[in-house]
Design a protein around this ligand. Structure first.
Ligand code: HEC
Ligand code: HEC
Length: 347
């Protein structure tokens, strides 16, 4: 059982320091036990003495607001502080074309694309190439591993700096303009409303007890910091596959068309149905599947292996492109599943 810590010093402290700039309804904590108060992971770590970067927004500027940040992220546009609208951030995309804003993994400590596909399908969320922005402020590194191959030295300033990561994405991923200072700080303020909470970490009762004890100054604080950080990934890994590997693996892995359907509907159609975020149109017609099936046997520009593993570069005159799926975002098994679904629907 988790002991109730009603009225204790730190609860009051945590709540008074609860959130920055965001509109949060603070519950009447006297009515709650600590297990019901969903503490921010970042705050808990800070109290325990963890020195990780905080990426807090500079809220000094009066224009900075989480709700402006939210509308920039979801619509690419916001109402300016003095009235009137900002310029559209990108003509092609919004941040949510490629990133969820919700939790997308059942276990935040492991990267399992199949567990993510099941989880997001169940929640009615898309299955996308970018990592969810839920918990982005809790990460310590960005554009990891093989993204260096794609963006080269551009990723270096973004590796340890969330502001730089957002700007890099605004320009390189979203193919749009850089954010102004107050816009960037507003985006950060919004991201702080979707940071990790203790309840996201799948801590069992005895682990939660250890966290509460450490917050009260008891026990081994460094060990508890380690425990908390073992429950989520402080960086999102990225390994690029090759079209060749994925294609030959299809004979090794038996495709599951039901799983393939989830990928087609929650990923491909999310962007391509009625050209939502693309020029190329995909739908549920047999002809479309026949086309994809035929192309899947080669390495042409419409091969599912080619487009998923390398992405699609923008054509001249259009600055839109398709981001690739690293193996962590779509496994070779999942590609075999997608292929079997395409084959089934092409019959
Ligand atoms: C066309 C797709 C696309 C769009 C649009 C896009 N992103 Fe990204 N973004 C990506 C990909 C792919 C990555 C690579 C790293 C990852 O997310 O795993 C990335 C990385 C990031 C990262 C670093 C994540 C990490 O853990 O490494 C942040 C933060 C981010 N984007 C924010 C934004 C914001 C804010 C916007 C809107 C202004 C945006 N992105 C628009 C595709 C996109
Ligand atoms: C984040 C949005 C997004 C997702 C998800 C996505 N695509 Fe794309 N795709 C694009 C964009 C943008 C292009 C660039 C060309 C365009 O605008 O049509 C493109 C290009 C393509 C092309 C080449 C079209 C051409 O004219 O050269 C194919 C084929 C394709 N995608 C198939 C897929 C398949 C199959 C999936 C699912 C596994 C998928 N896409 C998922 C956005 C996306």
């Amino acid at each position: 059982m988790i002991k109730s810590l009603k009225g204790k010093f730190f609860v009051t402290f945590l709540l008074s320091a609860f959130i920055i700039g965001a509109s949060l309804i603070i519950p009447d904590y006297k009515e709650l036990t600590t297990s019901e108060i969903d503490l921010q992971v970042a705050k808990v770590l800070a109290i325990l003495g963890d020195k990780s970067a905080s990426h807090y927004p500079k809220s000094g500027d009066f224009a900075v607001s989480a709700s402006r940040g939210e509308s920039l992220i979801k619509e690419g546009i916001a109402i300016k502080p003095g009235g009137g609208k900002t310029k559209l951030q990108s003509k092609h995309f919004v941040c949510t074309s490629c990133h969820n804003l919700e939790r997308e993994d059942p276990d935040l400590a492991s990267n399992d694309p199949q567990a993510r596909l099941d989880y997001t399908s169940q929640k009615g969320l898309p299955f996308l190439q970018g990592t969810t922005l839920y918990g982005a402020v809790n990460r310590e590194q960005f554009y990891n591993d093989d993204y260096y191959k794609k963006y080269g030295d551009l990723v270096l300033p973004a590796r340890n700096d969330l502001r730089e990561a957002i700007q890099l994405c605004a320009v390189e991923c979203a193919q749009g303009r850089k954010l102004k200072d107050w816009e960037l700080e507003s985006v950060l303020a919004y991201l702080w409303t979707i940071d990790l909470k203790l309840s996201d970490l799948n801590l069992d009762d005895s682990q939660l007890e250890a966290v509460y004890a450490a917050l009260d100054g008891e026990g081994d604080q460094a060990a508890v910091i380690g425990l908390i950080k073992s429950k989520y990934m402080t960086k999102s890994p990225a390994t690029f596959g090759t079209a060749y590997d994925s294609m030959i693996k299809k004979d090794e892995y038996k495709g599951n068309p039901d799983n393939g359907q989830k990928i087609y509907e929650n990923s491909c159609l999310y962007c391509h149905e009625n050209r939502r975020y693309s020029f190329y149109h995909l739908d549920n017609e047999r002809l479309t599947f026949k086309h994809l099936k035929r192309k899947a046997n080669g390495y042409g520009s419409h091969s599912i292996y080619q487009v998923t593993r390398y992405g699609v570069y923008s054509k001249s005159g259009k600055r839109s492109y398709m981001p690739q799926y690293p193996l962590e975002k779509m496994s070779d098994q999942q590609l075999a599943d997608l292929r079997s679904y395409i084959e089934l629907k092409a019959e």
